[in-house]
Design a binder for this molecule. Structure first.
Ligand SMILES: Nc1ncnc2c1ncn2[C@@H]1O[C@H](COP(=O)(O)OP(=O)(O)OP(=O)(O)O)[C@@H](O)[C@H]1O
Ligand SMILES: [Mg+2]
Length: 273
């Protein structure tokens, strides 16, 4: 099952077309330092998308900054790019971490965003950020990115549990690289080619089952009405069906799964949010 969110369509269009909407009032900025992609998102006070930009990442691995200067450079470039679209300077931002990373890594992530010229006013958990966009009050939000599978469980609008394990899209590419005996770059291309999905899916299915097993472990002590999946690794057509089979819980995917967490980080750009 898929939920379609208009805000995600409008944010995707802005990123794709390299356009900015006019906005009144304070701008809220979110920086997502992902394993696969770095995304900068801007929304207005009403959480309407204003602008955004994205760049492929090799500088962060599962919430750990492995190339500090490279990461700062990319965030600075994205900041400049979006500022020239907007014709205004961006000063404050929020950033996000996979749930459960140690405090030293949290500091490294916010230092990158500060190093790029922002005041970091809030740090949120990635799946919690996604829950803001999807407007979830009850259920589990699972973010399957390039490197990790993170979860936030919400009850009556409150986050009651968060956790994270290293398994993501990179592991799918590893399996494909092994199967076809090709490089990781080639495996990434094959994986994202929709015309090859029918051949690829049986090869990556065990990785999806493994992700579902991880989520099942996280949900052991909680009863949730539904599981919401976001992040690039859930892009496969039959992803939710595999989760539903393993979990026995309704699993819902959103449109533009790659953009949910970054947009949610921007929506959480408020002091003490
Ligand atoms: N169409 C697609 N089909 C399959 N996988 C895809 C597709 N598009 C993107 N991906 C995969 O999604 C992953 C990137 O997703 P995302 O941008 O959510 O991760 P990230 O935020 O950078 O990583 P993390 O949150 O784990 O640090 C990559 O592994 C990429 O190969
Ligand atoms: Mg991510």
């Amino acid at each position: 099952m898929i939920i379609e969110k208009g805000v995600l369509d409008s944010f995707a269009r802005l990123v794709e077309d390299e356009q900015a909407n006019t906005a009144e009032g304070k701008l809220k900025v979110g920086v997502d330092l992902g394993t696969a992609n770095i995304v900068l998102a801007v929304v207005d006070e009403n959480n309407e998308p204003v602008a955004g930009a994205t760049y492929p990442s090799t500088v962060v691995k599962d919430g750990i900054v492995v190339d500090y200067m490279g990461a700062i450079r990319i965030v600075k470039n994205l900041k400049n790019q979006v500022e020239s679209l907007l014709g205004t300077e961006l000063t404050e931002a929020s950033c996000a971490i996979p749930p459960g990373v140690v405090s030293g890594s949290v500091k490294a992530i916010s230092n990158v965003v500060e190093g790029a010229g922002f005041d970091v006013i809030n740090i949120v958990d990635e799946p919690t950020a996604a829950a803001t966009v999807l407007d979830i009050k009850d259920g589990a939000v699972v973010d399957v990115g390039g490197g990790t599978t993170g979860i936030s469980i919400l009850k009556d609008g409150e986050v009651i549990y968060t956790a994270d394990e290293p398994t993501g899209g990179t592991h799918m590419s590893l399996v494909i690289a092994g199967y076809y005996n090709v490089s990781m770059e080639e495996a990434e291309k094959i994986k994202k080619d929709p015309s090859r999905e029918a051949d690829i899916f049986p090869i990556v299915k065990p990785v999806i089952q493994k992700m579902a097993t991880i989520v099942k472990g996280f949900l052991r002590d909680y009863e949730v009405p539904a599981v919401y999946v976001v992040g690039g690794a859930c892009s496969f057509e039959e992803f939710t069906a595999v989760f539903e089979k393993e979990l026995g819980i309704k699993t819902i995917k959103s449109n533009h799964p790659l953009l949910v967490t970054p947009l949610g980080i921007a929506m959480n750009c408020e002091k003490g949010a």
